[in-house]
Design a protein around this ligand. Sequence first.
Ligand code: FAD
Length: 328
Amino acid sequence: MGDVLAFAEQRDGVVRGVTHEVVSTAAALASELGGECHALAIGGEGLSGSVGALGGFGAARVKVAADGALAGYAAEAWAAIVVEAVRAGSYGAVLFPASAVGRDLAPRVAALLDVPMASDVVEVSGAGGAVVVRRPVYSGKAFARLRMDASPAVVTLRPNVFPAQERSAAGAVEEMAVSVDPSSWKARVVEFKTASAGSLDVSEASVVVSGGRGMKDPENWALLENLRDALGSDVAALGASRAVVDAGWRPHGEQVGQTGKTVSPKLYFAVGISGAIQHLAGMRSSGTIVAVNKDPDAPIFGVADYGIVGDLFEVLPALTDQVKALKA
Ligand code: FAD
């Protein structure tokens, strides 16, 4: 039971960046468990071409379940296909990204297989043949180390925590025969609402620029957008506290925290955000945290690596100019 199955998430045939992290981690875990890493992609026709490159991240076999009816996420059908792939193999672990799809799919798969699962994992190893994971508890204030004895262990991995490592393996692509009957589905996704075209999802960006109530007015978001653009809109995304989402200033998709998204970028800017425990729950595992707040006692400074005590309306333009100068 030493093989590891990595769920290869794609959207519209484009493999998501987080999939490279999941496949790389699955490959590392498989070598510790003494087995092979396999990847499984589910989606519409023509998927084989886009997922073939996953071999380069350590997948010895890339299984593809493609059908026109599977082009969009369909929870029941996708879960049944993952379960079928698991049962056909000898897997010690099944890894998913802790993305919106992964968070929905993994517990369904675990329930159907009647095995335990661990979510939002930040470390995973296969020491001694058992899968051992580390995951945050109590809103990220502590970590739990769990040994998952039942096989396979179903795990979701927090994005941006595990490295995507290119390897020399060349994975063989195998088409899975699937029979899909959409008329039997009890639920179906009728619409995907994407954030503004081309903008990165806050949970997958390697730099996040977040604003809170201290921004005073939604019009002032131009200051955060300028900083985001100076850092590079291909790597940086905007985030928000719940206070500004509840006020209707920003979309819920940008909310970071306990009731929003969990982010773990390399660099996190918290601007005009007090640092309530529910906000910290979603961002405290970020690599480097920079906080801008006029209140020196704001709790955000308790988790910040760099704290700037000052008026954000003066600090933000100066910070943006400095970033532009460094990149020039
Ligand atoms: P505030 O707390 O009002 O802070 C604004 C900050 O801006 C202050 O620190 C102030 O000093 C600073 N400031 C003001 N003007 C300036 C200036 N000119 N220059 C510099 N700094 C300035 N919150 C989340 O963020 N995410 C969640 O997912 C979330 N989930 C929740 C779930 C539950 C069940 C509950 C009860 C609450 C949740 N909250 C969440 C809300 C959370 O408790 C806070 O109310 C919220 O995070 C506060 O947002 P804020 O920091 O933007 O606003």
